[in-house]
Design a protein around this ligand. Structure first.
Ligand SMILES: Cc1cc2nc3c(=O)[nH]c(=O)nc-3n(C[C@H](O)[C@H](O)[C@H](O)COP(=O)(O)OP(=O)(O)OC[C@H]3O[C@@H](n4cnc5c(N)ncnc54)[C@H](O)[C@@H]3O)c2cc1C
Length: 325
């Protein structure tokens, strides 16, 4: 599968990068590690005029310790650097576990945090070769007006399969988005949209430049279920956080991923264990509330009933793991 014709542009500084994005807008595609975007270009899912490589932008590759004990991580940091970073492991173990759970060691050697956060949604009907796609009608992702997953839907139901956003949401991380004129701070909990096509609030001329993590002393956990650990995308994954100790959990956050177009924050199950603690009975009550929070599920990559089952299994495991910490 050959790459479509394009101009490969490499920039050395953030200001040159933002200028190039301003000049090229929707004609450009940012390439960080390239582990996803280059493959999608080979599939002819995107055919940008300009592939803008940010790999040489040193300003995006630093991990800074903040005076309050938090961290500010450059979006261009490679996943391998974060997995090996002592402060990331010590202060944000669930985030470190999620980074470690992305793909294989080979991919983590070049993939970046920004690329994982901005990972395009995936769909069995489109993440296939151009030749294969010729056998099916065009859909929203291929300039058509249809979603093969739910034919009556006015939205694309491709799945957000990124692992690191889940702990970042529970940790209250804030993204810095920047274009050539201005910078804005967006909590990652507000970054994703429930739409497989337009899946984030990022504008075409904006770059995610940094991820800021506040200090967090709570218990946290990240769990992932995949067909082959250390290689495959999640079939479902969860990040969970709880204040307190033992069964006492006055503040709880639960975020599920890889079963829908966006990460799902489970409100009612979290409120249940906040009120009743992490007893086996309260956990089962929370598990029983999970399905109602998932909304419409599709059978993309796995049957809807199996996704619902995985979500419940992960909530039970995560809450029990928090209790044991
Ligand atoms: C075999 C295989 C297994 C995989 N398994 C997993 C997995 O288990 N979990 C998982 O989460 N992912 C997985 N991935 C997907 C991918 O490798 C990772 O998500 C990786 O972190 C993407 O990072 P990257 O730097 O290579 O992104 P790229 O491919 O360079 O970019 C991905 C997208 O993000 C955009 N982008 C990149 N950086 C920025 C930025 N700073 N600002 C704005 N937009 C940006 C790009 O334009 C592109 O749309 C897998 C990929 C493969 C090939």
């Amino acid at each position: 599968m050959l790459l479509p014709d394009h101009q490969y542009l490499t920039v050395d500084s953030l200001s040159d990068c933002l200028k190039a994005l301003r000049e090229n807008g929707e004609r450009a595609q940012v390439v960080a590690g390239g582990t996803d975007v280059i493959f999608n270009m080979r599939l002819k899912l995107f055919e940008p005029d300009v592939a803008l490589s940010i790999r040489r932008v040193a300003e995006l590759q630093q991990v800074e310790e903040l005076p309050d004990g938090g961290l500010r991580i450059g979006a261009g940091c490679r996943l391998v650097d974060l997995v090996e970073h002592p402060l990331v492991n010590e202060r944000y173990p669930a985030f470190a576990d999620a980074v470690r759970a992305v793909a294989s060691a080979h991919i983590r050697n070049i993939a970046t945090l920004g690329g994982n956060i901005c990972l395009k949604t995936r769909c069995w009907y489109t993440n296939n070769s151009e030749q294969w796609r010729q056998g099916v009608k065009e859909c929203f992702k291929t300039d058509g007006e249809l979603c093969h997953v739910i034919k009556s839907s006015s939205l694309c139901h491709a799945i957000n399969n990124a692992d690191t956003p889940l702990p970042l949401i529970t940790l209250g991380a804030v993204l810095t988005l920047q274009n050539a004129d201005q910078r804005r701070e967006v909590p990652i909990a507000e970054f994703y949209r429930k739409d497989g096509m337009d899946h984030t609030v990022l504008a075409p001329d904006e770059l995610v430049t940094h991820v800021t993590l506040p200090p967090v002393a709570d218990r946290t956990v990240f769990l992932k279920i995949a067909a082959r650990q250390g290689m495959d995308f999640s079939q479902a994954a969860i990040a969970a956080r709880a204040a307190g100790t033992g069964a006492d959990a006055p503040q709880v956050s639960l975020v599920l991923g890889s079963i829908s177009m966006a990460p799902i924050q489970l409100d009612q199950p979290a409120r249940t264990v906040e009120a009743q603690g992490l007893s086996d009975e309260a956990i089962e009550q929370a598990v029983a509330q999970v399905r109602a929070e998932l909304g419409e599920l599709t059978s993309l990559y796995a049957r809807a009933s199996y996704k619902s089952h995985l979500a419940k299994v992960l909530v039970r495991r995560a809450l029990k793991a928090l209790r044991e910490m």
